[in-house]
Design a protein around this ligand. Structure first.
Ligand code: F6P
Length: 323
């Protein structure tokens, strides 16, 4: 390994910069050159890159977003685009690549690795935490803490006005963010795509709360619940419990930005270093993750089969705390 490429792809996540820094400096430590591709796979196809030095990654550890920019590349879905990317890698004598992102990123990487002889290592970075092969993805911890801060603020105003708030959090089709910030934020109820709950049950929980003299309530709803959109749930509850003063708040992209937490910085630095070590040892078409505090490599095909479930114990804990 003399020269590697690095890119960030898909939705950005806090800690991506810490990870870029770690990959660059780990590689430089081993005498390996690093080419940083901008805008994910689009940069690989279009030859949009910069040669990265140690100073290129100075003072980025604490910053949200990604200095390499990101995209969800349409062109890389096409064989033609991937062929162009491979030609560029060959031309620049790049021996391996590190891709930082989520399942879309690894789907592309997996296909690319099957089509062409190029070592690829993936590093999990998405706020959704929906990847098998790692206990946490880079960005998840920060997103949960950001959502938690917002929930705390909303609770203040909910208490002042005796209101019920339905707070929608991100997570694509997974409820990890929702469950974790429900525990931390003391939500009365959490609604996730993985555990269907009828509007009747929601109404029951909220009216029981009122019977127990609760004057305000927080319900956290994970986006991606096809059966029950947050506004639709709130509408039905309003119709059944007209005495409740109900509001909906969608947290949205604030959950994707901001300074990474220490957990995310440490995870990003560790996984970045292990990705480089993995490439040197000949690992390929695999994601590097951390399970039970140990580094593990899991093939892209296994990661992409899915299989990461939500923590049902934590979900039960939300209900248990709501007495
Ligand atoms: O995958 C990260 C994520 O923030 C999801 O939680 C969310 O569903 C999606 O990306 C939003 O994507 P976009 O930024 O393209 O709207």
């Amino acid at each position: 390994m003399k020269r590697i490429g690095i890119l960030t792809s898909g939705g950005d996540a806090p800690g991506m910069n810490a990870c870029i820094r770690s990959v660059v400096r780990s590689a430089l430590n081993k005498g390996i050159e690093v080419y940083g591709f901008r805008y994910g796979y689009d940069g690989l196809i279009g030859g949009d890159y910069t040669v990265m030095e140690s100073h290129s990654v100075s003072n980025i550890l604490q910053k949200g977003g990604t200095i390499l920019k990101s995209s969800r590349s349409e062109a890389f879905r096409e064989r033609q685009g991937r062929k162009k990317a491979m030609e560029l890698l060959k031309d620049r004598a790049i021996d391996g690549i590190v891709v930082i992102g989520g399942d879309g990123t690894f789907t592309g990487a997996s296909i690319f690795g099957k089509e062409f002889e190029i070592p690829i290592i993936g590093i999990p970075a998405t706020i959704d935490n929906d990847l098998y092969g790692t206990d946490a993805t880079i960005g998840f911890d920060t997103a949960v803490n950001t959502a938690l801060g917002a929930i705390d603020n909303i609770r203040d105003t909910a208490i002042s006005h005796d209101r019920v708030f339905f707070i929608e959090v991100m997570g694509r089709s997974a409820g990890h963010i929702a469950i974790n910030c429900s525990i931390g934020g003391g939500a009365e109820l959490v609604i996730t795509p993985e555990i269907p709950i009828s509007n009747k049950e929601v109404i029951e929980v909220l009216s029981q709360g009122r019977n127990k003299m609760k004057t305000s309530s927080i319900v956290v709803v994970a986006e991606g619940n096809d059966q029950m959109n947050t506004y639709a749930i709130a509408k039905e509850v309003r119709e059944s419990l007209p005495n409740l003063d109900i509001r909906v708040s969608t947290l949205g992209h604030i959950q994707r930005g901001g300074r990474p937490t220490s957990n995310d910085r440490i995870l990003a630095t560790r996984l970045g270093n292990e990705a480089v070590e993995g490439l040197i040892r000949g690992k390929t078409s695999a994601m590097v993750g951390q399970v039970d505090n140990k580094i593990v490599f899991t093939s892209f095909s296994t990661v992409l089969k899915g299989g990461k479930t939500i923590d049902y114990g934590l979900k039960n804990l939300v209900d248990l705390m709501n007495i």
